[in-house]
Every structure is written in structure tokens, then in C-alpha cells.
Write a protein that binds this ligand. Structure first.
Ligand code: ZN
Length: 188
């Protein structure tokens, strides 16, 4: 079903552009944790680009969900709000990509690994692109306070999450493996 807005059903292109505008607005005061201090929106746009250009995905709801994937987790956005603006399918995908807050980093990461294997195929493709983006950043744009050992720990965690997302899109898997191999080589 097409997403509903105040002006009625929208086209695939409109859905994607609206998602980009909405995400840019919600993330407007945020920066990536990395040392380069990039505007946060660069990350979801990169995830969506990987999905389309590498993964060959052309489902507008999946592309919109990739752009919106961090809005519930990292901004004031609710699932109901996304459902109203972008439709239930997009809202459900973003909800699947939202981590439950855990007590500790360790606990939260364990829950994310377990959860990744249970999500829908569409959500797995977005998650794989998300982890590829994060692994690439771990090498080229790491948070300033991350030691080499913390960065290596992140790679191990991302690799376990990616394992749960395999079997859905071989091009995205191959790209993840390539970026991960490069990261491991560089971080030793
Ligand atoms: Zn993300």
C-alpha cells in the first residue's frame, strides 16, 4: 500500500525523497561518533546507497526504511509517526532495525546479534548494509576515544550480526566480507 501523507498517496520517488528530508530533519543536530565529525544523515544515506547500488534493491519501501533506519533508535521519532507518514511496511522495517536498550554495551550487543537472525529478509539487507557502513567507519572514521582493541571488538561483533543476515542478498554479503577483510587487515 502506498504511504499516506496529508496530501494523499505518494509515488515511489516521493516516498524516498520524503524519507530523506524527514531523516535529515530528525538527525539535524547529530553527528557521527567518528573523528571526522560528519553530519549523521550521511550514514543512513550511505546505507541506502549501498542497498541500491550494490544490493540492486529497487523496492521504494525498503529504500525509504534504510534512510529512516536510525530515526526511532536515535531521535524522538515513534513507529506510529512513521506509519502515518510512510505506511505500515516502512514503519515495521524501521521497528525491526531498532535495538532494545540493554543494561550494558555487552548485553545490548548480544541482544542485537540474537535479534539479527530473526528479522525479515528486507530488514536483514538493511542491517547488512548498516554493518558494512559501520565497519568501514571503524577503519577510516573511528570514534576518537576508541582504542585499537575496542575497534577490533567492534569488528567481531559486526561479523556475528552479519552472520545472522546471510542468505538473502549475495552482493551485499560479498561487499560486507570485502570491507571486513580490509578492516581486519588494517587493524591487525
Ligand atoms: Zn545505522
Amino acid at each position: 500500500m502506498a504511504a499516506q501523507t496529508l496530501t494523499g498517496p505518494v509515488s515511489a520517488h516521493a516516498l524516498i525523497v520524503k524519507a530523506a528530508h524527514f531523516a535529515a530533519d530528525r538527525h539535524r543536530d547529530q553527528r557521527r561518533k567518528g573523528s571526522r565529525n560528519t553530519p549523521y544523515i550521511n550514514h543512513p544515506l550511505e546505507v541506502a546507497e549501498r542497498l541500491v547500488v550494490i544490493g540492486g534493491v529497487d523496492d521504494p519501501e525498503l529504500i525509504a526504511a534504510a534512510i529512516l533506519h536510525d530515526t526511532i533508535e536515535d531521535t524522538e521519532t515513534t513507529r506510529a509517526e512513521l506509519a502515518e507518514m510512510f505506511g505500515n511496511a516502512v514503519a515495521a522495517l524501521v521497528a525491526e532495525l531498532t535495538d532494545t536498550p540493554g543494561q550494558t554495551w555487552q548485553q545490548r550487543k548480544r541482544m542485537e546479534i540474537e535479534h539479527a537472525a530473526t528479522i525479515s529478509d528486507g530488514a536483514k539487507m538493511i542491517k547488512l548494509s548498516d554493518k558494512t557502513s559501520n565497519v568501514a567507519d571503524t577503519v577510516s572514521n573511528p570514534p576518537g576515544d576508541w582504542t585499537i582493541s575496542r575497534r577490533r571488538d567492534y569488528l567481531e561483533f559486526a561479523s556475528l550480526v552479519a552472520d545472522g543476515c546471510r542468505g538473502v542478498n549475495s552482493a551485499l554479503e560479498a561487499e560486507f566480507d570485502r570491507v571486513m577483510a580490509d578492516a581486519r587487515r588494517r587493524l591487525g
